[in-house]
Design a protein around this ligand. Structure first.
Ligand code: HEM
Ligand code: HEM
Length: 220
């Protein structure tokens, strides 16, 4: 058996855990009552920083976290669907379905956070961009945030979790352990993701700058 290869760098793994916790927080706070909405907005701003960081990391992060390593070509998706799971090990990073689902999730959550900035709950809380928009634009954003974005992201999360469990229990391909440890076994790849301390410090500083800018310009 070949040596374990580092696929998911620490930044991507921390991003994933933080995303799960913050999305849970966003859903819990909107259900607790009006006085929790400002915490909802703060969680949303943190999510916005996190997603912006993941996009940045998609260009400057470890090899397999980069969008250029995602397998997005329609021909690859079709070929993968035809002979999965036999071809699983030929994709060290996200396989073609995983690549599309990661990209769609990142963009949908980003849209959710952006529409939140322009939403108004008509009670106590409104997003920081509301004063700059017309009433109709705010109505639209709020409609998207509540009636389109909300069911969309719930469906994406449900499909995602079911897919990951399907891989584990039906296709006998464990994607979960690598998302925790960073390593995959049994691959014949030459390229591993750079996850050294310099890279980790670079990730931390980049996230810090994005977080600072987001809060500086958008905190109410
Ligand atoms: C990805 C991040 C976010 C998620 C997952 C999220 C999720 C949600 C959900 C599930 C609701 C309840 C909708 C309903 O039941 O009608 C909601 C409402 C709301 N959110 Fe967010 N949100 C996010 C970001 C934000 C941000 C950044 C802000 C503003 C700073 C914000 C402001 C609001 C407002 C004002 C409402 C009330 C809308 C209404 O009354 O229909 N959200 N959000
Ligand atoms: C709120 C819930 C969740 C959200 C929003 C979410 C979102 C995401 C996103 C955006 C990615 C792409 C990672 C990247 O390239 O940066 C991903 C990958 C992944 N997630 Fe989740 N996730 C959630 C819950 C879970 C749970 C509960 C599990 C475990 C059962 C899980 C297992 C995985 C695995 C294994 C991958 C890697 C898939 C692959 O190898 O292609 N996720 N998730």
């Amino acid at each position: 058996m070949s040596n374990p290869v580092k696929i998911w760098d620490l930044a991507t793994r921390v991003f994933h855990v933080a995303l799960i916790l913050l999305v849970a927080g966003a859903f819990i706070t909107v259900n607790l009552g009006d006085e929790w909405m400002s915490l909802h907005g703060q969680i949303g701003l943190t999510l916005l920083s996190l997603l912006t960081f993941r996009i940045f990391w998609g260009f400057f992060g470890g090899h397999w976290s980069r969008f250029s390593s995602f397998s997005l070509k329609p021909s690859l998706v079709l070929a993968y669907l035809k002979d999965s799971p036999a071809s699983s090990s030929s994709y060290p990073g996200h396989n073609p379905i995983g690549s599309w689902s990661a990209l769609i999730m990142i963009l949908s959550f980003l849209l959710q956070a952006l529409s939140g900035l322009c939403s108004d709950d008509d009670v106590l809380f409104s997003g920081p961009l509301v004063p700059f928009l017309s009433e109709q634009q705010v109505e639209w954003a709020t409609f998207y945030h509540s009636e389109i974005g909300q069911p969309l992201i719930i469906s994406l999360i449900a499909i995602h979790v079911i897919a990951v469990l399907f891989y584990k229990f039906i296709l006998k391909t464990d994607l979960i352990t690598p998302m925790i440890s960073g390593f995959k076994q049994g691959l014949h790849v030459l390229v591993s993701s750079n996850d050294g301390w310099m890279m980790r410090v670079f990730a931390l500083i980049s996230f810090g700058v994005i977080f600072y800018l987001t809060w500086h310009f958008l905190a109410a």
